[in-house]
Design a protein around this ligand. Structure first.
Ligand SMILES: [Zn+2]
Length: 294
């Protein structure tokens, strides 16, 4: 395989090196792209950008030949902008997204992944309208050109954004469609019920319903559960119900060669598996018992 595979993983951002450390971590796995949170994934407390060694990180990216426009920021997952039963909480979600979009721009990045949220009993239709309204409020204030990639969800609880049709509806309702794209998560998509064994058919469906030009990032994860389980538990490559061959075929599908593929698979014995998983994807070959021998 000699095409340049756009592959990487979620990486951390910790003291003392912060973004410089994130870039170093990604390089250590042989990544050509990566994703990070600009603070803790589970809350919206954020350190000022000036403390995060961004310039040092960007310099290293340039030296390593990593294309900054392919890097991905993930918004904290506590945000629920799809429900405004408590207006102050909804306003807070909007403010948090604005801050995250601006921080994404501050790193020189172009794409922020956002979970569409939960309807919490109001039904998907109302929630989709509420989210589109929230996103427009973000785009009217943030002053950047960062795109928000809505992530496909698996359908657990009251999640919205679980079908391509729901994602398309959110985009259709927005007055700022040029700022919206999609993150396709293989684990979520399979857990919802899409059959990834024929990925070209999934892409055809995506193209028909949403438009393939909206696809900005793929989260490449195996799943601990069978298709349609609505569970959302990620598994290491080749150890789940999707399987290595299907995930490898997705990684190398020429129709998504420009799209960064990001691993969010679980640590093994507290160690990141990404170097090994990236190595297998680059070679296109599964290493038997790699996890047992990790
Ligand atoms: Zn996500």
């Amino acid at each position: 395989m000699n095409e340049k595979l756009l592959i990487g993983s979620h990486v951390g951002m910790n003291a003392p090196d912060f973004y410089l450390g994130s870039v170093k971590e990604a390089i250590s796995y042989g990544s050509t792209a990566f994703m990070f949170y600009t603070g803790a994934p589970q809350n919206s407390f954020r350190k000022p950008l000036s403390e995060l060694k961004i310039q040092e990180g960007r310099k290293l990216l340039q030296e390593a030949g990593i294309d900054e426009s392919k890097l991905i920021v993930h918004a904290p997952y506590i945000i629920n902008a799809a429900n405004k039963n408590k207006p102050d909480l909804w306003e807070m979600s909007i403010r948090t997204i604005i801050n995250e979009v601006q921080r994404t721009a501050g790193f020189g990045c172009k794409t922020l992944v956002l979970h569409p949220g939960n309807h919490v009993g109001n039904g998907a239709e109302v929630a989709i309208e509420t989210l589109a309204e929230a996103l427009d409020k973000v785009f009217e204030k943030d002053g950047t050109d960062v795109k928000i990639a809505l992530e496909t969800m698996c359908g657990k609880g009251t999640e919205i954004g679980i079908t391509f049709e729901e994602i398309a509806k959110i985009i259709e309702l927005s007055n700022h469609k040029d700022r919206l794209g999609v993150c396709l998560d293989t684990c979520h998509t399979s857990d919802y019920g899409y059959d990834l064994t024929d990925f070209d058919a999934v892409l055809d469906e995506f193209d028909r319903v949403i438009g393939l030009d909206r696809l900005l990032v793929i989260h490449l994860n195996d799943s601990k559960n069978p298709k349609g389980a609505h569970k959302d538990r990620h598994e290491n490559l080749g150890y789940g119900f999707i399987g290595f061959d299907t995930l490898n075929a997705i990684a190398h599908n020429p129709r998504v060669s420009d799209i960064p593929k990001i691993l969010e698979t679980p640590y093994i014995n507290e160690k990141p598996p990404y170097g090994k998983e990236i190595e297998m994807l680059k070679s296109g070959k599964f290493i038997d018992n790699w996890k047992e021998n990790f």
